[in-house]
Write a protein that binds this ligand. Structure first.
Ligand code: HEC
Ligand code: HEC
Length: 426
């Protein structure tokens, strides 16, 4: 029994409000301009954690619950610090993991079965603040745990868990040389009503209400709080929280695309984007191994998507990645990744440049929010709306979350080219 659930409701709210102020979170107030990506609210996040604490029998108390507690709940005797710092190659190899964590090999749950843990480190343009002259690239480390039947998580119906660390090292420092500023978690429980649950941990690996990110950098300054669960659902297939949320596949192709626009510095430095590959050369043995981890993760993501919404554009996008990469570790340019969900022509080769721009400026969200820019008919269907949102009238610009993109101001020349491209689409 966790202590939150036995306290009277009013006391819980009072206590949480105090701790929230103590660690300096900013609640959404009515006067603040509203973000495009849903922020959710501290109140909703607080209620959410109270609810899931009961239903999972896991004490999810902000500033108290640690990543260590979560990993123990998942049935893996390992610290959060080890999880954050150990190389994926160690995490995925039971004997190396036992040696590194000092956990006895007889102990259950430590990568004892091949494939129990999948881990990968990669470049993450989607978390990078691009509303700046020289973006400081973000990097992510993802760990997927398969849950063993004798763990507390299994008793709560959880079958797998995904932990995602976020790193922002100084531009001239190696990618994973700093601590994770935020650690996002997804619990997958396909047999429960609520099939996917969210948790978020701060830099101290203690539970927090929100992720801090730069999705609305233009309207709201550099970063904003995106609270569980609403702030997460938006980009995970469930805007407005009206449907089952989804796992996002990892788009390796998009990472490589971005070397040619906002991240030329990474290209010049030849920094390995699949960090564990130690190279960007897809023919090298270590690249093949690192790429295969992503392929395995994406196959699972696709399976989750198929179970939740087989006809969704999110599923189609994951399917496209899997189809292209079934036999190939190469980088496919945007035009090769075009797909359609309904009827209508896919993107044509002569439209490749226009698609490149939509990919650069919009895919951060419109790969998983409302529509995919890779789905030509979906773009054509809302082309009038798109053009208005790119160049809103003063009145429209005053509507919160209207102006697109919300995360940067486009160069006038780019706006013109984009608008000309959109205008002639039919
Ligand atoms: C602006 C869109 C956006 C928001 C908001 C967002 N995510 Fe994600 N999330 C993504 C994308 C895209 C990926 C795939 C990884 C990548 O591209 O870097 C992802 C990946 C993840 C993953 C790894 C599993 C997967 O789906 O690939 C977890 C865990 C996760 N997010 C948790 C969260 C949590 C928790 C929140 C809210 C606090 C959140 N996300 C909010 C877009 C978003
Ligand atoms: C950082 C995330 C983000 C980026 C980048 C972004 N959008 Fe959006 N977009 C959103 C969100 C969130 C909404 C829903 C906002 C609302 O409630 O009106 C939205 C809504 C829209 C809509 C209306 C919804 C619909 O289904 O028709 C259009 C059109 C649109 N965006 C176009 C674009 C275009 C074009 C770009 C790139 C030039 C872009 N957006 C970039 C997050 C983003």
């Amino acid at each position: 029994m966790n202590y939150v659930s036995i306290l009277p409701r009013m006391v819980v709210i009072a206590l949480s409000a105090v701790s929230w102020q103590l660690y300096g979170g900013l609640a959404q107030s009515a006067e603040l301009p509203r973000s495009a990506v849903s922020s959710g609210s501290a109140d909703r996040a607080r209620d959410y954690y109270i609810t899931i604490s009961k239903s999972l029998a896991f004490n999810a108390t902000p500033t108290v619950t640690t990543l260590d507690d979560l990993i123990a709940f998942l049935g893996y005797p390992m610290t959060g610090a080890a999880l954050e710092t150990l190389d994926p190659s160690i995490l995925m190899d039971s004997s190396q993991l036992v040696a590194a964590t000092g956990v006895g090999s007889s102990q259950k749950g430590v990568g004892s079965v091949e494939g129990d843990i999948l881990a990968a480190r990669f470049f993450a343009p989607k978390i990078t603040n691009i509303n700046t002259a020289v973006p400081q690239p973000g990097w992510r480390k993802l760990v997927r745990f398969r849950i063993h039947s004798d763990s507390p998580a299994a008793r709560a119906g959880i079958e797998s868990a995904i932990v995602l660390f976020n790193f922002f090292p100084p531009i001239d420092a190696p990618p994973f040389s700093t601590r994770s500023v935020n650690t996002q978690v997804m619990l997958l429980a396909p047999k429960r009503d609520e099939r996917l649950l969210w948790l978020d941990f701060g830099p101290d690996q203690k539970l927090t209400f929100a992720l801090n990110a730069s999705f609305d950098a233009v309207t709201l300054g550099a970063t904003n709080s995106y609270f569980v669960p609403d702030g997460c659902n938006d980009c995970h297939g469930s805007p407005g929280n009206l449907r089952q949320p989804m796992v996002n596949y990892l788009d390796t192709d998009h990472w490589f695309d971005r070397l040619n626009d906002d991240f030329v510095a990474l290209k010049t430095a030849n920094t390995p984007l699949l960090f564990d590959a130690q190279t960007n050369d897809p023919t090298q043995p270590q690249f093949i191994v690192a790429f295969d981890v992503i392929r395995r993760f994406n196959a699972e993501a696709l399976q989750q998507n198929l179970n939740v919404r087989p006809a969704g554009f999110e599923t189609q996008a994951a399917q496209t990645w899997i189809r292209l990469h079934a036999q190939s570790d190469e980088h496919f340019p945007p035009i090769r990744r075009a797909f359609t969900v309904g009827s209508g022509e896919p993107w044509q080769p002569q439209e490749a440049e226009g698609l490149n721009r939509l990919n650069r400026y919009c895919f951060r969200c419109h790969g998983s929010v409302y529509f995919s820019v890779f789905d030509r008919p979906a773009v054509i269907q809302r082309v009038g709306n798109i053009r208005q949102r790119l160049s809103p009238s003063p009145q429209q610009a005053g509507r919160p979350g209207f102006k697109m993109p919300p995360d940067r101001t486009l160069e006038p020349s780019e706006l013109t080219v984009l608008n000309d491209f959109l205008k002639q689409l039919k």
